[in-house]
Design a protein around this ligand. Structure first.
Ligand code: E4P
Length: 225
């Protein structure tokens, strides 16, 4: 399973990249706004900065909701860097745009997926990724992970190459469940990635190893004296 980070925060992207486990980045207009990035020039410069850190796909979302607007934006976005994947919303014109962009060899990520039918349409149109939002489904008492499992089954039934990019991940258990049901990618907040590192027995074990090493070294030093 590939690990993407779901943020536009440069420090967090660098931290995940420095661990050596980062395969890509997803952003959205809310995440860009959270970093205070506004205005086309600044937004494009920020995408470029992200692309230069990460050796993998970086999703940049269009703001337009009509076909012509989305295509115009997409064509500008892909000129920023070869890592750019155009993120397109799951609406009728979005499906048309995905079809057009995939015919031109431009990678797409269909966002705001909440049902198997939406994902099926995006895959039929040739999307590189579909982004089912697990956490937002859980928030309304619908099992988000069940959607990932349904998409895995449907895509495997027909050999769709569209990758299931599990999004709206809220905690480390989501990441493990994604791996269990076969998501191709999990895009995660840094906090959820770092939480995977933690286990109390690891901390206790390491403390004991280091203490035993120190005690044995001190004993050897004393014998030498
Ligand atoms: C996906 O690409 C979105 O950016 C993101 O995962 C949405 O997550 P949220 O529901 O935490 O806003």
């Amino acid at each position: 399973m590939k690990f993407f980070i779901d943020t536009a925060n440069i420090e967090q992207i660098k931290e995940a990249h420095d661990m050596g486990i980062l395969d890509g980045v997803t952003t959205n207009p809310s995440l860009m706004a959270k970093e205070g990035i506004t205005g086309k020039e600044n937004i494009f410069a920020h995408y470029k900065k992200i692309c230069e850190i990460v050796h993998g796909d970086v999703s940049a979302e269009v703001i337009s909701t009509d076909f012509d607007g989305m295509i115009k934006e997409a064509e500008e976005l892909v000129k920023i860097h070869k890592h750019i994947v155009v993120k397109v919303p799951m609406i009728k014109d979005g499906v048309k745009a995905i079809k057009y962009l995939s015919s031109k060899g431009i990678k797409t990520n269909c966002t705001l997926i909440f049902s198997p039918g939406q994902a099926l349409l995006a895959a039929k149109a040739g999307a590189t990724y579909v982004s089912p939002f697990i956490g937002r489904l859980d928030d309304i008492s619908v099992d988000g992970m069940e959607l990932i499992a349904q998409l895995r089954l449907i895509f495997d039934n027909y050999g769709f190459t569209t990758q299931i990019l599990a999004a709206s991940i809220r905690h480390p258990v989501h990441i493990i469940q994604c791996a269990e049901v076969g998501a191709d990618v999990a895009t995660c907040p840094l906090s959820s990635i770092l939480a995977l590192l933690k286990h109390p027995l690891t901390d206790i074990g390491l403390e004991k190893f280091l203490a035993d090493h120190k005690a044995a070294s001190q004993k050897t030093e004393k014998v030498k004296v």
